[in-house]
Every structure is written in structure tokens, then in C-alpha cells.
Design a protein. Structure first.
Length: 419
């Protein structure tokens, strides 16, 4: 089986920061918006010699990218642009992201490396159930799988009955989709039986998911569930991925990762904070100290798999997703974790948030599992109340609905309804 693992040494700091200085010089020459921000700070490209100099550079936010809508952040000439993608833009205009042909090759190689960490190769059939189009998810997995020599089923998202038919009839061994859609597929299979299913791996990303949901998906689908991280602003999936050891996510060598305090923006040498990414090899769309809003930490020590790349923890949540309930910060992934460990309940949940007398209130709904008896729900409710208090530190009110009571999605599921 083809297995793409890094055999060449990692790029040296001198090479990385030499390339980064070249990018900054180019931004200065073309009067890019980021160069203007550097000038405001009195920072010049030659000041950036190594990792310790990164805090000299201004951080970039999604707001900076949106202010340059539609194409003001693109650094390449029009004739160099080979592809245009965009974020979902569910709350307004999307962020427009451009790639040169070289950027696309780098993306494909990163995705092949991420998937190859788990042994995907020419013997595999990869069913990609991410959406294709402006969203980067589907095409990223597509390129990586083809580069590894695997067969690809570009199923896209939706038509869940067809997904399970294709999975069985075409012998899919690898599934790639959001974790919430994987849960929907597993529910669909539960009613039809897993006979004939050949899945062994699942790559899930696009939304935060808990270790507890991982356990549910591994059991229900009979797979090893792998976390693969990315975001459209950075190129899409392929920034980092777990290996089968599931001991943190290995970070692609094309990215320099930092952890900042999300309030003070001071660098954190240890502990959890906001993940900030810099690309030293991407040409068309500069990503310099980009604040992802994702909360994670950088890991020390080596991974048992032998891969020498730096690692990050799994993302616990987003700094802008935290809900305050009676003085306690609560992340949606914590509610998911609390629900998943209670027998008789489905992993599906939805949080409802509203303000009352100037204070934020939350509650959530979950579902009885299809194979659980209604008579078991009083016991499940008692266990869930204890689980929620133990995981979140707050006594959050909830309601247990009948199976199917929470709307399903073909992609990212809406976990928080703000009223």
C-alpha cells in the first residue's frame, strides 16, 4: 500500500523565514493591505529572522480579509490565479480565497501527507461526502486521495440513502465528511444493517467534535476516526491531522503555528490558547499570523508513530463560540461530551441561547436513542444531569426529545440556536 510519510527532513528555520521575508517583500512592493499594517508598526521584512520575531508582525483576522472583499487580499497577478474558493459566508459576504497552480499542488501534497499518515493508499476507495464547489472541503480530500493512488467516490454531501448504497456497492474503505454528517450516515446504516460495509477509516473535520463522539462513530461505523484540521482561509483541509495513534494532530510543514492568549494576544509557551497560523509557502493569498479563533495547544515530546512534525492538540472549541451560563463558560463540545456518555441517548443535541434581563441563558435538547425504551428516560435524565454538571460545571436545563426530534443536516449541523 502506498503510504505518504515524510522522508525528507523538515524545512529548516532559515528556509522558512527566508521564504516568509520574500512574501513580505512582495506585499510591500504591491502595496498590499497587510504591508500597510506592517508600516504602521514600523516593521520591515528584514526584521523577521526567526520564530521569536513573529510577535513583531500584526495579527490578521477574518475582519481584515472581509474588509478587502472581494479580491483586495489577493497578492498574485490575475494571470497567476488558477482557482478561487470562498468560505461559507453564512453571516454575510464570504471570504474570497485565491490559489495559484503551485498553491493547489501544495494543497494536494499536504492532503496526501495528512491522509497518508493513517495509511491511505492505492488499495483504498475513498468516499468523499463533503460538499464540492466554493467550499474547499470536498476538493481537498479529492486531490489528496488521488495523489496517493486511491480510488475516489466524489459523493458530495446529501442524499444519505444514496451514500450508504454507494458505500456498500462500491466497497468504500475510507469516509470523509463532517462528524455530524457521519453520525447521520451511521443512523441511516443502523436501520439497514452494516452487512457489506468495508469502511476502516473515517476522516472528519469542518466542525469541533469531542472524543466522546469519536467513540460513538468508531463503534457505530466500525472505523478508526481521524481528526483532520483545516480552514478555507488557510487553503482548506490539510493544515494538520492525526495519525492512528490519535495523540494530537501533526502540523503540516507549510505552516508555522503559534498559541496566543485570546484576550491579551501575548504568545503562550504552554497551555491552551488561540491557534494562530502563518504560511511561508503560499503565494496567491498571504496568511500571516492569522487568528483562527480555534482553541488548542501545542504539544511537546515525540509521537509513537515516529513522524517528526510538531503537533497540536485537538480543537476544544472556538473563542467566539463560548456561551456564558450563570458565570460559567460553556462550549458546545462539552455538551456533546456529556450527552454521548449517557446510555439510551442519541449523540444528537442542540443548544438554545437567549438573553433575559441582560443575562445569557442556555438550555439544550437531545434525543432518546431509537433502541432505548421510553421507560428508561427518567434514569437517563438523572445520569445526564450529573454528566452535564461534571463536564461543564453548570446545571444546564435540558429536554429529551423522541428520536428524530432534532433537525439533521447534510453538512455542518447547527448546534447553537440563538434566539
Amino acid at each position: 500500500m502506498t503510504r505518504m510519510r515524510r522522508t525528507d527532513p523538515l524545512a529548516s528555520p532559515e528556509e522558512k523565514f527566508g521564504r516568509l521575508r520574500s512574501i513580505l517583500e512582495n506585499l510591500k512592493e504591491i502595496n498590499h493591505p497587510y504591508a500597510a499594517r506592517m508600516a504602521e508598526r514600523g516593521v520591515r521584512p528584514e526584521h523577521i529572522r526567526g520564530r521569536g520575531d513573529l510577535p513583531l508582525l500584526p495579527a490578521t483576522t477574518k475582519y481584515d480579509l472581509l474588509r478587502s472583499y472581494p479580491t483586495g487580499w489577493i497578492a498574485g497577478e490575475r494571470k497567476e490565479i488558477a482557482r478561487i474558493h470562498a468560505t461559507n459566508g453564512t453571516t454575510g459576504k464570504p471570504v474570497i480565497v485565491a490559489c495559484t497552480a503551485g498553491d493547489i499542488r501544495m494543497w494536494a501534497e499536504n492532503m496526501a501527507w495528512c491522509m497518508g499518515l493513517s495509511g491511505v493508499g492505492e488499495d483504498d476507495v475513498v468516499q468523499i461526502s463533503f460538499a464540492y464547489g466554493l467550499f474547499t472541503g470536498g476538493l481537498g480530500y479529492h486531490y489528496g486521495a488521488e495523489l496517493l493512488g486511491a480510488a475516489v467516490i466524489p459523493a458530495s454531501a446529501g442524499f444519505t440513502d444514496r451514500q450508504t448504497i454507494l458505500m456498500k456497492d462500491l466497497g468504500a474503505t475510507v469516509l470523509a465528511c463532517t462528524p455530524s454528517y457521519a453520525l447521520r450516515i451511521s443512523e441511516n446504516l443502523a436501520g439497514k444493517g452494516r452487512e457489506g460495509i468495508s469502511l476502516r477509516l473515517g476522516f472528519f473535520g469542518g466542525e469541533t467534535w469531542s472524543d466522546e463522539l469519536r467513540g460513538v462513530l468508531e463503534k457505530s461505523l466500525g472505523i478508526k476516526a481521524i481528526d483532520l484540521y483545516g480552514l478555507s482561509e488557510a487553503m482548506g483541509p490539510g493544515v494538520a491531522a492525526e495519525c492512528p495513534e490519535q495523540n494530537g494532530l501533526h502540523i503540516s510543514d507549510d505552516f508555522i503555528a503559534e498559541i496566543l492568549d485570546p484576550v491579551t494576544l501575548e504568545p503562550k509557551e504552554e497551555g491552551e490558547g488561540e491557534l494562530v497560523l502563518t504560511s511561508w509557502s503560499r503565494r496567491a493569498y498571504p496568511l500571516i499570523r492569522y487568528r483562527t479563533r480555534d482553541l488548542a495547544s501545542l504539544m511537546t515530546g515525540s509521537c509513537p508513530c515516529g513522524e517528526p512534525s510538531p503537533r497540536m492538540s485537538r480543537v476544544r472549541g472556538r473563542s467566539d463560540d463560548m456561551l456564558i451560563f450563570r458565570g460559567v463558560g460553556v462550549f458546545p463540545s462539552q455538551v456533546e461530551a456529556a450527552v454521548c456518555v449517557v446510555p439510551g441517548l442519541s449523540p444528537s443535541y442542540q443548544i438554545r441561547a437567549w438573553k433575559e434581563n441582560g443575562l445569557q441563558n442556555i438550555s439544550f435538547v437531545c434525543e432518546r436513542a431509537p433502541d432505548a425504551r421510553p421507560d428508561d428516560m427518567p434514569r437517563a435524565a438523572d445520569e445526564l444531569a450529573k454528566s452535564v454538571k461534571n463536564v461543564t460545571g453548570a446545571a444546564i436545563p435540558f429536554e429529551i426529545l423522541e428520536p428524530g426530534g432534532i433537525p439533521r443536516s447534510d453538512g455542518k449541523t447547527v448546534r447553537v440556536l440563538k434566539q
